[in-house]
Design a protein around this ligand. Structure first.
Ligand SMILES: [Zn+2]
Length: 232
């Protein structure tokens, strides 16, 4: 569809056009305003990148406290690129167990290659009291959080840094009692909706994780936890 690119406005002529040439082609520029403006084509994504760093108790804030099943020394802050809901590359951070760094990086590298849309990716300590509810309501993708399974006296795999919640507002947890987490996600209980980032059984994102040995909470019967992937 090179014709679409001929609608570039005149400001693109010159140095900017030279920069864009590799993306939009080198067609002669017609007079401005000769056709309705078309959105520019998506620029190629930067290559996937990731790095893993030690974390301190201070950095972990309220997401960690003494008595948690892993120590800060067992955890890593993974910085990686992800594709946002706008289709462009963003930098995100996940706190995961050191023994899951290769698996997490491999999975998110593949999501990046799939251009899988992720709303945001910030460690939960950035939310007041490391509130899981606040993080979920913000549709924030995250991993480590030292917390029990809701309503149970048992650690969640998040407390070990071995679980990831993806686009949690779009992909809530629901149980047989009608509980919905986050509480603002009731409009996403209809799982047949076709919304970018909303996970359906059989989606490439589910197949990608499960073929790599992860379990998807959407395959559980009670609760259904559509945001949740874990590798205990
Ligand atoms: Zn989870």
């Amino acid at each position: 569809m090179h014709n679409r690119h001929r609608t570039l406005p005149l400001f693109a002529v010159g140095a900017a056009a030279a920069v864009l040439a590799g993306v939009v082609g080198c067609s002669p520029q017609p007079p401005a305003g000769s056709a309705p403006a078309a959105p520019p084509p998506a620029a190629p994504l930067a290559p996937f990148e990731s790095s893993a760093h030690p974390v301190t108790a201070q950095q972990l804030g309220a997401s960690w406290q003494p008595g948690c099943p892993v120590s800060p020394a067992d955890l890593r802050l993974v910085e990686l690129r992800y594709v946002g809901m706008d289709g462009t590359a963003h930098r995100g951070q996940l706190v995961v167990n050191a023994d899951r760094v290769p698996q997490v990086v491999a999975a998110f590298a593949q999501l990046y290659g799939m251009h899988y849309p992720i709303a945001k990716m910030t460690p939960v300590e950035h939310y007041r009291d490391a509130s899981d509810e606040a993080s979920m309501e913000d549709n924030n993708t995250s991993a480590f959080n030292c917390r029990p399974i809701p309503g149970k006296h048992k650690w969640s795999q998040h407390a070990f840094g071995r679980a990831v919640d993806i686009n949690p507002l779009l992909n809530p947890q629901t149980d047989a009692q009608g509980d919905v987490q986050p509480i603002t996600a009731t409009r996403y209980l209809d799982r047949d909706q076709n919304i970018p980032g909303l996970i359906h059984d059989g989606d490439p994102v589910v197949r990608m994780f499960t073929t790599r040995g992860w379990t998807w909470g959407g395959h559980w019967t009670d609760p259904h936890d559509y945001q949740h992937f874990e590798m205990p």
